[in-house]
Design a protein around this ligand. Structure first.
Ligand code: C2O
Length: 557
């Protein structure tokens, strides 16, 4: 492979959306940020220079980071933040991945505006296992806040309540024509008739799983989280924050006398407030017959609208079932060339409950969370607290003892009917606790949504690995019955999975990557409330099974 160099200047930049201007933090004055384009096998070096007053780190979401854990990016897990005026060069090689991923800030809520696509092309002499697209177009779904997202989260954490929701959903940074003041802030996908386009879809939103649909066009899914899948057709997709999906869009054979809306809007599962508005873009055909397919002639064409599942609590069962059926359609290619290397045996089993909870409110004060307490979230009732020094550093230099514990519970201490009545006590316990795995341990992990405070879908993201989704279902996971139904033949391989609302999901992965690896809900508010933990994977004994020492420019705390 080649070596590719990038420089990311993290700077302030004024952006106007919804008729108001806000100073945001972005990279190289671009929003969304610049693309990283590389081929499988390439080495990528990105020098990140911090020109703002906030501390910054960047995560290359979904990149395996085989033995390059120092380049992963989550603040206080693999590195201390890059401080004002400092720089750090992320250095990694892309191994065994092709498709779309994305990069984003991994500290506080800075990823609200600090994000951009990572495009991984196949090796030079290799082609796609599907028809060669005429054009490839990244489409990033996001959220726009009129207020500063850093202020939104710090206020929420202080008063213990839920944060203010965003003011718009965006497509490539633009809210689109369904919002006031946005008729010019529209992403236009301009196409020619009779061609196949590859849309590289990314959900970079902070807090919402998003439906996506293009009016009167079918999407053929070919890739998920930079792994090829068995192609399937759908008119509606659900993409969770942290997930990426490549789809083929075949345009109509002849110029249609219409334009088509592309819509994105949230999947409503939990309780509480959400922005129930819709982000939109436009699919516009360029008329091949007239060189003068002017703006005005296109404006007069009828505009078709796709239909999306309702945002409506009364439709909860229907919509969650629809979402589950959609998730089940994703299958590995499992071909000779692209086998599904599902771990056949399991060395260690874990059962993690994921969900919300509360912290008691300080004496003589009032909190705006449930029952006058503070909102919290946890895995096995542990609400993870970030340490003051990056865990990977402490682990590597053997200074762990005081900074974190290695006793993360392998199953919840209190088990209950997760789909029935939640326990009265919703308090979580704080801790900086990790699971230690020996090199090459084969792990099976069942993630169970609890009904504490809300029945909600949680997009869980694991750093440093892809995992296979071997099973999922509604209700309580049953260790006696459910494993018999696991798919070990062609389960989809991903880095982010939605734990279904009121249900469970089972994943398997091989711990072949030494380092410290974060796992968390990719809904940023849940991460902030503590729905996160870390896996420590020890070195193997062979030289190529060890994590090398940190680069000399690794930031200090
Ligand atoms: Cu995309 Cu730890 O996150």
């Amino acid at each position: 492979g080649r070596t590719r160099h990038y420089t990311f200047n993290v700077k302030y930049h004024n952006v106007t959306r919804l008729c108001s201007t806000r100073r945001i933090i972005s990279v190289n004055g671009k929003f969304p940020g610049p693309r990283i384009v590389a081929r499988e096998g390439d080495q990528v070096l990105i020098k990140v220079v911090n020109h703002v007053t906030d501390n910054v780190t960047i995560h290359w979401h979904g990149i395996r980071q085989l033995r390059t854990g120092w380049a992963d990016g989550p603040a206080y897990i693999t590195q201390c933040p890059i401080q004002t005026g400092q720089a750090y060069t992320y250095n990694f090689t892309i191994t065994g991945q092709r498709g779309t991923l994305f990069w984003h800030a991994h500290i506080s809520w800075l990823r609200a505006t600090l994000y951009g696509p990572i495009i991984i092309l196949p090796r030079r002499n290799e082609s796609y296992p599907f028809v060669k697209p005429y054009k490839e177009i990244p489409i990033i779904l996001g959220e726009w806040f009129k207020a500063d997202p850093e202020a939104v989260i710090s206020q929420a954490l202080q008063n213990g309540g839920g944060p203010n929701v965003s003011d718009a959903y965006t497509i490539n940074g633009l809210p689109g024509p369904l919002y006031n003041c946005s008729s010019n802030d529209v992403f236009k996908l301009k196409v020619k008739p009779g061609k196949t386009y590859l849309l590289r879809l990314i959900n970079a939103a902070l807090n919402d799983e998003l439906f996506f649909s293009v009016a009167n066009h079918t999407l053929t899914v070919v890739d998920a989280d930079a792994v090829y899948v068995k192609p399937f057709n759908t008119s509606i997709l659900l993409i969770t924050p942290g997930q990426t999906t490549n789809v083929l869009l075949k345009t109509k054979p002849n110029f249609p006398n219409a334009t088509f809306l592309i819509l994105t809007r949230p999947y409503f599962t939990g309780i509480g407030t959400l922005d129930n508005t819709t982000g939109a873009a436009i699919l516009e055909y360029e008329n091949p017959l007239s060189s003068t397919s002017t703006a005005s002639s296109i404006k007069t064409l009828p505009l078709f609208k796709p239909s999306l599942p309702p945002i409506n609590a009364t439709q909860f069962v229907n919509v969650t079932q629809f979402v589950q059926n959609l998730a089940n359609k994703y299958r590995s290619l499992a071909s000779t060339k692209f086998p599904a290397n599902v771990p056949r045996t399991v060395d260690r089993r874990f059962f993690f409950t994921v969900g919300l909870g509360t912290h008691p409110c300080a004496k003589n004060s009032t909190c705006q969370g449930p029952n006058g307490q503070k909102f919290a979230a946890s895995i096995n009732n542990v609400s993870f607290v970030l340490p003051s020094v990056a865990m990977l550093q402490s682990h590597f230099f053997g200074q762990s003892n005081v900074l974190y514990k290695t006793d993360f519970p392998t199953k919840p201490t209190v088990q209950f009917n997760y789909t029935g009545t939640a326990p009265n006590n919703t308090n979580v316990s704080n801790g900086t606790r990790a699971v230690v795995l020996q090199f090459n341990t084969s792990v099976e992990l069942v993630l169970q949504d609890t009904s504490i405070i809300a029945i909600e879908s949680h997009p869980l993201h694991l750093h440093g690995f892809n995992f296979f989704i071997v099973g999922q279902g509604f209700g309580n996971f049953d260790q006696n019955k459910d494993p018999a139904k696991f798919n070990l033949v062609d389960p989809v391989e991903r880095n982010t999975v939605a734990v279904p609302a009121g249900g469970w999901v089972a994943i398997r992965f091989l711990a072949d990557n030494p380092g410290v690896w974060f796992m968390h809900c990719h809904l940023e508010i849940h991460t902030s409330w503590g729905l996160r933990m870390a896996w420590i994977v020890q070195d193997g004994w062979q030289p190529n099974q060890k994590l090398p020492p940190p680069p000399s420019d690794l930031p200090k705390c």
